[in-house]
Design a protein around this ligand. Structure first.
Ligand SMILES: *[C@@H]1O[C@H](CO)[C@@H](O)[C@H](O)[C@H]1NC(C)=O
Ligand SMILES: *[C@@H]1O[C@H](CO)[C@@H](O)[C@H](O)[C@H]1NC(C)=O
Ligand SMILES: *[C@@H]1O[C@H](CO)[C@@H](O)[C@H](O)[C@H]1NC(C)=O
Ligand SMILES: *[C@@H]1O[C@H](CO)[C@@H](O)[C@H](O)[C@H]1NC(C)=O
Ligand SMILES: *[C@@H]1O[C@H](CO)[C@@H](O)[C@H](O)[C@H]1NC(C)=O
Length: 184
């Protein structure tokens, strides 16, 4: 029984490590506005930053890079964003190449430091998604439903047969589980 618990714990640790590796792998840097950069939109294009943001998916750990000339970028709250009110910025940059790390899930609001530019559409909302839940639910194989328990507890021979069926469709974590299970 002790070794079974060690096995279950080991699989949970493997799963967490796998998720972590994936998160690190996927961290991205987004150039805001793409090749257009961060600038006052033309009169017929006031939604250009909305359009840009809706084409992207942002995750915790990603960064936004604002590239601009003769302009600035402010991190503001929702009120500042909707009213183009720049008097209470949370962060301000004017160095032409400003990186903001998206360090939490939820909404981030940005505007130009020039309220006229903001009113023309030089403002941005980014919705940041959590890469995975804070308390990840254990993988199905680590906590199988009652009906699936007997094979796990039965001798190695019956454990091995169902696992041999479709290795190719299993994730590396499940394969690691199988390797550990085979070693028990
Ligand atoms: C948008 O405005 C720019 C000039 O401000 C113009 O060159 C461009 O053709 C316009 N585009 C459309 C689709 O109206
Ligand atoms: C608005 O700007 C984007 C680039 O940010 C461009 O691809 C798009 O064609 C522009 N739309 C209009 C109507 O000018
Ligand atoms: C920035 O402003 C300076 C002086 O006001 C001007 O000479 C320069 O052309 C501007 N650059 C851009 C990219 O607008
Ligand atoms: C910006 O908001 C503050 C309240 O937070 C208000 O006192 C100020 O008048 C507003 N400025 C503008 C330009 O609307
Ligand atoms: C802007 O800053 C990033 C780092 O934040 C750097 O990698 C990049 O080379 C810089 N780009 C320019 C044009 O200075």
């Amino acid at each position: 029984m002790t070794s079974l618990w060690a096995l279950v714990f080991g699989v949970i640790v493997l799963f967490a490590a796998d998720n972590f590796a994936r998160e690190v792998e996927q961290v991205k840097e987004f150039i805001v506005g793409g090749s257009e950069g961060w600038r006052e939109p033309t009169d017929n294009n006031t939604s250009m930053y909305d359009d840009w943001a809706t084409r992207m998916r942002f995750h915790v750990g990603d960064s936004l890079v604002f590239q601009y000339h003769n302009d600035s970028v402010l991190v503001v709250d929702k009120f500042g964003y909707y009213h183009c009110n720049v008097s209470h910025s949370i962060l301000a940059f004017n160095n032409g190449n400003s990186t903001v790390k998206l360090d939490r899930p939820g909404a981030f609001y940005f505007t130009s430091g020039d309220p006229v530019h903001c009113l023309k559409g030089q403002r941005l909302i980014v919705e940041v998604m959590s890469p995975h839940p804070i308390h990840p639910s254990p993988p199905p194989i680590a906590s199988p439903p009652e009906s699936a328990m007997p094979p796990v507890l039965s001798p190695l021979s019956s454990l091995a047969s169902p696992l041999a069926v479709s290795t190719s469709t299993l994730s590396p974590v499940v394969i690691a589980f199988m390797a550990v299970a085979a070693a028990v």
